[in-house]
Write a protein that binds this ligand. Structure first.
Ligand code: ADP
Length: 592
């Protein structure tokens, strides 16, 4: 079972890493600097509008109401209304600009990550499970969305608001400011505790969401197996239990935060009370005007919400930084298979010399000192027990991996020095089960060469003798294959996979023969398609069927990662070794 999110410990970054990650993200946001600057301008404007209110009220009370001047009062009201309209417009614009920059940033990041993942070699996918990669592109980018969509905006707005409000309060009356800020130490201590607790609770929730998602994912994609064994109840039971944990962690996280918000609000009221009390005393002494005290109290009321917001944002920043750190980890992985500069010749011998191989992240060598060559147009069958390393040899010959030691060359050029373009055109691997994408049969064949015309597709299908079959479908080659080709039979899926190879028209075919047998009728069609595809090409086939082995020019017996025997059927039988024993066993099992 894979995890969609990371484990909780991964989600915590030390402050150094957080800073480094955020700095790098800011660097990536450069293309959006104008939009961001515009957003900041609107944030500033709407904050000023918000804070102008209390000042105008104070002014109107002192110079309009108190002084009995209705003209001043009216002016103040009109200015207030204008300010409110401007602030409203600015606040709308700030959202639009911030989201434009934020979504643009996420979009660029998604594309960059996807492109990067597509370029990685098979070794990368051995190391990174697809579920984890998907969660990088969804859950992790999603957790950043919160920050870039409204988190940054709130952060800037809150900082502007606090700074400007404090300056205004100090200009109005420093005595009142000191009185009001007496509650500050309690707020600071409470905020620290809140950040710690809620961060822990948040990480817990994320972890549970990840587990719940992977239960869900497995439950849906494994539904056929579940139903086949009538395990629906058991699956649901597991889901119910993981859901319960998710529910509990959510409730806990709410409980952790409620005391804090209540406390900050109460302290806000308390501070206002203090300001009114001290203010009343100052008014009585004639030090300040009533309007000043009221303006002050109104400003104070604006101050506490941004303080709460900043505390909440701390978590958002932390989790976004953790998500970014993971994404950067992927972006920093250089593909291990990079193309060289030489174009491979049209034809040539494939030469494997002294090849040894160890899979990434494993220790035991899977291949040792394997050397042989396959002549132009020759058919070589790889045989041997399961796990001997036959498929691995095939994968190396198509450079899906690079050998750990030794070399593989085509026409005298080391595959590592060949351009990826020429390599993928000369050597094509046909996997046991070709993956089918959503779309039509034609779309699926076209995967091999995006620009292929309809005529070329038909030619490829007809070259392997599959055109007629597909044309007999109601929608012909435009028939939708549905998810993973569920509309097609196993044999038809293989035909699509062979047609892809035919479309490329390669010099070398590397085939992994299907171990599972098809129904006899389809099997004949697939075999014929294969035969037609192999004509005039060098073929290396991981063979499971006797007929394939007998039709090969030579046979290589792989055993425990070594080349045990190599020669024609007759030679190997004459040798009286492993192959001879295998051939004997086959002969015995054949119906007489
Ligand atoms: P064969 O095709 O002869 O059945 P393979 O070449 O598929 O054998 O596998 C040879 C050995 O390499 C096996 O022990 C297998 O477990 C191991 N192996 C295959 N693929 C991987 C992989 N992607 N990562 C690690 N080990 C692998």
């Amino acid at each position: 079972m894979f995890r969609m999110g990371g484990v909780a410990d991964d989600d915590k970054l030390d402050s150094e890493t957080t800073k480094r990650v955020l700095r790098r993200a800011i660097g990536m946001a450069k293309p959006f600097r104008r939009t961001i600057a515009a957003a900041l301008g609107f944030v500033l404007l709407s904050t000023l509008g918000l804070l102008a209110g209390p000042i105008l009220v104070g002014y109107a009370i002192d110079n309009g109401i108190d002084a009995g001047d209705s003209g001043v009062l009216l002016d103040a009201v009109i200015v207030y209304v204008v300010v409110v309209v401007i602030a409203y417009a600015a606040s709308r614009q700030q959202y639009i600009f911030v989201n434009r920059a934020g979504e643009g940033f996420l979009r660029a990041l998604r594309i960059r990550t996807f492109e990067h993942i597509q370029r990685q070699s098979l070794g990368f996918f051995d190391r990174n499970q697809s579920g984890v990669l998907i969660s990088r592109m969804t859950a992790d980018i999603e957790s950043m969305a919160e920050l870039v969509q409204w988190g940054l905006l709130q952060f800037v707005a809150a900082v502007f608001l606090i700074v400007i409000a404090l300056v205004l309060m100090l200009t109005l009356s420093w005595q009142l400011t000191i009185a009001a800020l007496l509650v500050m130490p309690i707020i600071i201590i409470a905020s620290r505790k809140f950040q710690r607790d809620s961060n822990a609770a948040y990480l817990e929730v994320r972890e549970r969401v990840g587990q719940n998602l992977s239960e869900l994912q497995e439950g849906i994609s494994g539904v056929r197996v579940v139903q086949a064994y009538a395990q629906e109840h058991e699956q649901t039971r597991q889901f119910v239990s993981s859901n319960r944990s998710l529910y509990r962690s959510h409730v806990h996280s709410i409980r952790v935060s409620t005391w804090y918000f209540g406390l900050v609000e109460a302290l806000g009221v308390f501070a206002s009370g203090l300001a009114i009390g001290v203010g009343g005393w100052l008014v009585a002494r004639g030090d300040v005007s009533i309007g000043t005290v009221i303006a002050f109290v109104l400003l104070l009321a604006q101050l506490f919400e941004p303080v709460q917001q900043l505390s909440q944002l701390y978590n958002t920043v932390q989790s976004s930084a953790a998500a970014l750190d993971k994404l950067f980890g992927i972006l920093d992985t250089e593909p291990d298979i990079e193309g060289g500069s030489q174009d491979l010749a049209r034809r040539g011998d494939l030469v494997v010399s002294d090849v040894g191989f160890i899979y990434p992240d494993t220790e035991a060598p899977v291949l040792r000192d394997v050397s042989f060559s396959v002549g132009d147009g020759e058919r070589l069958a790889l045989v041997g027990p399961t796990g001997a390393g036959k498929s691995t040899v095939a994968k190396l010959m198509a450079r899906l991996y690079d050998p750990t030691s030794g070399t593989i060359s085509f026409g005298g050029i080391d595959l590592r020095d060949a351009t990826l373009h020429s390599l993928r055109h000369r050597v094509v691997v046909v996997p046991q089960e070709g993956f089918l994408f959503g779309g039509s049969i034609a779309d699926n064949v076209r995967i091999a060469r995006a620009g292929a015309t309809d005529e070329e597709l038909r030619a490829a299908l007809s070259a392997i003798g599959a055109l007629e079959r597909f044309e007999s479908f109601e929608d012909g080659i435009d028939t939708e294959v549905r998810e993973r080709g569920s509309r097609l039979s196993a044999g038809e899926r293989q035909l699509v996979s062979l047609a892809r190879a035919a479309l490329i028209d390669p010099a070398v075919l590397v085939l992994d023969e299907a171990t599972s047998s098809l129904d006899p009728g389809t099997e004949v069609i697939v075999e014929r398609a294969l035969d037609r595809l192999m004509v005039g090409r060098t073929t290396i086939v991981v063979a499971h069927r006797l007929s394939t082995i007998q039709n090969a020019d030579r046979i290589a017996v792989i055993d425990a990662g070594r080349l045990a025997e190599l020669g024609t059927h007759d030679e190997l039988v004459g040798l009286g070794g492993r192959y001879a024993a295998l051939a004997d066993a086959w002969a015995q099992s054949l119906p007489t």
